[in-house]
Design a protein around this ligand. Structure first.
Ligand SMILES: [Zn+2]
Ligand SMILES: [Zn+2]
Length: 225
């Protein structure tokens, strides 16, 4: 009679939290399986101000933008887009750390010195629905890479999606900050969040996002309130 081997703690963890490709859910080490990894486009270091790929003609942040520099790792398409959407909707907790790995490595190599790392806070009702403030999950990895404190510095008022109102939780006289979000699309959300930090006295703000949507009109950002 075959001997039945009991499931160890490690085995139970594998059963409950199997490591899967964040995009196609195939069994693989995170973040992506080999097939999806081949389709992931890692962006080279770009325009220091807005992070756009170096060769692209782009609408840079306007001169009055509250953001001094922008770093991003991926183009927001293919497996990266699928993974971010799945992690956001599904409230995946482990996926964000795996996705933020390359960004964190790049920032660690730069040795960026800042006073604190904060994130674009999600509206509380959305955090409850998703079970996670996803930008915070990315910011945890970024703060660790920079060896900087992670501090919640933004409150967000209720408002329609893409028109949230941000407010700094404390005065920030002359603080040099990293502001983290998942995706840079039009730039309007990052602008409003950064503007709130500036209004509280922040000295410099470096925006860090996992991904960047192509061809976005940063130069025409209108969310300046
Ligand atoms: Zn895959
Ligand atoms: Zn630029």
């Amino acid at each position: 009679m075959p001997r039945v081997r009991p499931c160890s703690t490690r085995c139970m963890i594998r059963l409950l939290l199997p490591s899967r490709c964040l995009a196609c859910r195939a069994r693989a080490d995170m973040p992506f399986c080999a097939r999806c990894t081949a389709q992931v486009r890692v962006l080279p270091p770009g325009c220091p101000r807005c992070g756009a790929p170096p060769s692209a003609g782009h609408g840079c942040w306007p001169p009055d933008a509250p953001i001094d520099a922008t770093f991003t790792s991926y183009a927001y398409r293919g497996p990266v887009r699928a993974a971010i959407v799945a992690a956001k909707v599904g409230g995946a907790r482990r996926g964000w750390a795996a996705l933020a790995g390359p960004t964190a490595a790049r920032l660690r190599a730069m040795g960026l010195a800042v006073d604190a790392v904060t994130w674009v806070t999600s509206v509380p009702s959305r955090v409850r629905t998703r079970g996670i403030d996803h930008a915070r999950a990315i910011a945890v990895v970024v703060a660790d890479a920079l060896d900087a404190p992670l501090v919640r510095l933004l409150d967000v008022g209720p408002g329609p999606v893409h028109d949230e109102h941000y407010r700094a939780t404390i005065a920030l006289p002359g603080s040099d900050l990293v502001l983290v979000d998942d995706v840079l699309t039009t730039g309007a959300t990052a602008w409003r969040a950064a503007a709130a930090l500036r209004a509280a006295g922040a000295g410099s703000i470096v925006l860090v996002t996992l991904a960047r949507a192509g061809g976005h009109p940063l130069g025409a950002v209108t969310g300046r309130h």
